[in-house]
Design a binder for this molecule. Structure first.
Ligand SMILES: O=C([O-])CC(=O)C(=O)O
Ligand SMILES: [Mg+2]
Length: 251
């Protein structure tokens, strides 16, 4: 079998909404047999017949090093292939395909009050909830943990008086494998956040920092943007908006 670089480029560029890292995060979230560490990047991803193959490589800024080592190709399991296809469904398509879940309240859309930050415009994952007010100690604490593809949803009480999320914890979240962070409050260090391979939504940016008292509640039900959200529910975000689902969606 011969593989050319063009095949990969073709496949990835056929869907502009999804970067390598989006797909990586799906693989990452379902981790299992694929061990992804920091500095490991998805080098190849391509379909051959109905089978999806991938290879990983250590990231390096040295192009000679990057191309010199020969990659090992592995087949993505059927399970992951299914997930990969699922990730290509938009939030609008999810809504159209699930009217019964909308009626029952199992599928809810957040009111469109968030601005988009971070390099990943499309992200999803199981939700971790946090309630704080103008204090960011617990936000940082969460993002120091391994993310495993989760999404941190912070109810910051809608405060527009300081930033409860800054660049440092976002870099850490990216490196720890969080899929995204949604903040009912403000962020700062916007340029730094926009350079990070992670999805971030927030009401606005604010130059002032938050308190450091460590006050807040983890894993409690929160209500933001007119939507009640419980720990362990699923969040799906893209450029159309943000959905919360009681269960992981299978469209
Ligand atoms: O220091 C803070 O409170 C927020 C911040 O800018 C950062 O974490 O980068
Ligand atoms: Mg900062």
């Amino acid at each position: 079998m011969s593989y050319s670089k063009g095949q990969v480029v073709l496949m990835l560029s056929s869907d502009n909404r999804h970067s390598n890292s989006d797909i990586l995060s799906i693989l990452y979230r379902k981790k299992t047999k694929i061990l992804l560490r920091r500095h490991v990047v998805l080098q190849w991803l391509f379909l051959r017949g109905k089978k999806l193959y991938y290879s990983l490589q250590r990231s390096t800024s040295d192009p000679d090093l990057f191309f010199s080592s020969s990659p090992t190709f592995k087949q993505v399991s059927k399970n992951l292939l299914h997930l990969h296809q699922m990730a290509l469904v938009t939030t609008a398509e999810v809504c159209d395909a699930n009217p019964q879940l909308i009626v029952s309240g199992e599928l809810r859309a957040l009111q469109p009050i968030f601005k988009i930050y971070g390099r990943r415009q499309v992200f999803s994952g199981p939700v971790v909830t946090l309630k704080v007010f103008e204090d960011n100690v617990l936000v940082r604490e969460f993002l120091e943990e391994k993310g495993n593809g989760r999404v941190l949803v912070v109810d910051g009480g809608g405060s527009l008086r300081c930033a409860i999320l800054g660049g440092n914890p976002v870099v850490q979240a990216q490196n720890n494998g969080w899929a995204g962070i949604v903040v009912n409050g403000c962020v700062r260090d916007v340029d730094e956040i926009n350079g990070c391979d992670i999805g971030v939504r927030a009401l606005a940016s604010h130059p002032m920092k938050a308190n450091k008292k460590g006050i807040g509640e983890k894993h409690v039900p929160i209500t933001i943007a007119g939507t009640r959200i419980c720990d362990g529910e699923w969040l799906y975000a893209d450029t159309d908006g943000i959905l919360i689902s009681k269960m992981e969606l299978c469209v």
